[in-house]
Design a protein around this ligand. Sequence first.
Ligand code: ZN
Length: 84
Amino acid sequence: MLAYNMAETAVCDLPGCGDEGVIISRLSPEGYLVATGKKAYSFREAYRRFHYCQNHHDELMSGVWSRVRTPEDKKEGHVAPTAI
Ligand SMILES: [Zn+2]
């Protein structure tokens, strides 16, 4: 029997996904923090909370990391510390 508890059950926030959002994240589906727009007194309150299913959370996190590691983001021209 399915019992929906309004306080406990959330749906994955990724558009088109209807799975249960078991993981709470402050990363938006685009991989960025999204401010709530309200006056917030702490980091905890300053950003929206999203729910994701396990699969989409993993996908989102791997996407964030691959973007961080993208070499094109780094400006060339600086001497790398290892070049000394
Ligand atoms: Zn999902």
